[in-house]
Design a binder for this molecule. Sequence first.
Ligand code: 3PG
Ligand code: CO
Length: 567
Amino acid sequence: GASWKLADHPKLPKGKVIGLIVLDGWGEADADQYNCIHVAETPTMDSLKKGAPEKWRLVKAHGSAVGLPTEDDMGNSEVGHNALGAGRIFAQGAKLVDSALETGKIYQGSGFKYIKESFETGTLHLIGLLSDGGVHSRLDQVVLLLNGAAKHGAKRIRLHVLTDGRDVLDGSSVGFAETLENELAKLREIGVDAQVASGGGRMYVTMDRYENDWEVVKRGWDAQVLGEAPHKFRNSVEAIKKLRTEAKATDQYLPPFVIVDDSGKPVGPIVDGDAVVTFNFRADRMVMLAKALEYADFDKFDRVRVPKIRYAGMLQYDGELKLPSHYLVDPPEIDRTSGEYLTYNGVHTFACSETVKFGHVTFFWNGNRSGYFNDKMEEYVEVPSDSGITFNVQPKMKAVEIAEKARDAILSGKFQQVRVNLPNGDMVGHTGDIEATVVACKAADEAVKIMLDAIEQVGGIYVVTADHGNAEDMVKRNKTGQPALDKSGNIQILTSHTLQPVLIDGFCFCLSRFQLQLEGPGLAPGVRFRKDLPSGGLANVAATVINLHGFEAPADYEPSLIEVVDN
Ligand code: 3PG
Ligand code: CO
């Protein structure tokens, strides 16, 4: 088997404390009023950028650089943190599902064969995010799967849709629902009983993550499994339109609804003998529902009725928990991550974020694996997030608390890697509230300062980077980079990660500064960014950090971004 022992770096010392800061949703874009990072007071980040030019650079954070199908795919936290932690580029869920559908392999796999056993007498339920965002799911994949399942014998199909407005423009759910309803109508014409059965906004129904708020999953369960919801409609397009206008809800926060028949009866509760597929390929926001669907022992909320179903995920979402046990497409095998290597090479790691991003610096960082590699070498600390709010209400979030935990870890002398995710730019950016996002960026900057001061104190090294853009561009742009206007002449607020590849998306801001004034055991003064890796991306960061810990990176990692020149 592979040896876990890393070779010594010929020039860089071991034992330095590295503060590894991931600013979530912090990209680099032209300065204008919709660039919240530019508008906000961010003296710490500004000062880093004013430093020696060989100490910071841009890195790619989207498209093929992070294993996504095309260069039009914006980056996201899953693929970004996977790349940062694993040091290699893996074909990601979106791409793996595309090819499984294209080749038809999905229908030959054990996961599909398993759910197929229910097709004769039961209903096939498909649950997931109705969106073409490509972050958690893609509508075109759902349409292919729907038709493929019908071709392979599914006679009764029910869709449980979660509306987006977070990876795509708010309001776009109506169009996605129309597309879906058209597909379902076509299936009905050929004799398949196919309908939408329930729905709700992704942030309010089902798609919570890292166990921040089980109520969100319960709301979904009630509608999807029990067929109970406060709102009842005859079809999904009507539901979304009415809830948007009458309940004044945005796509992300639509209340749960069920679709009912002529007699007012829900058309698709999940019952014994049915098959269920959660069609999101991304893990974080499906794990909680997967647990509710799969675990016999479950106490997070009262499920009331636990149907005996055949359940499969689009992918397996958690490689450690092996959850779910059945899945349609093999997940990327993200092995030998940098975090695991460090545990075999004497590097003690501390990782911290608040709940809503906690799994990003642990689970995603470690290749979609929950838990420790070695609990003697690692400590993970979760700062509880506020739950039940939209983060524009509390844009400072827990940035300072995270930074203080990291500061204490840095000063404790117990850890050589102290890693955090600062969520503000992303979580507040997703609300589309520009003023609040400005406050969020300032708060993140202050948190960076707390950590950098501690790093200075211990003579350490800091690496500041991001996983993808968001807060640096809050408006939809046209091809020339101007705000794109809608039919009524209004700008369209961008809640998503950034989209325009030419302008900004694609470059995530990777700042690395090293303490050059160190003497003796300090960092070699000749460390600088290599000039021969202009298109370096997030996957190059792991080898870089391993070098800074005093080791050569594993041979198959993407190359390190730094070199050490002799002075
Ligand atoms: C979400 O899940 O909140 C968004 O779809 C993506 O955001 P993230 O990739 O920054 O987590
Ligand atoms: Co985000």
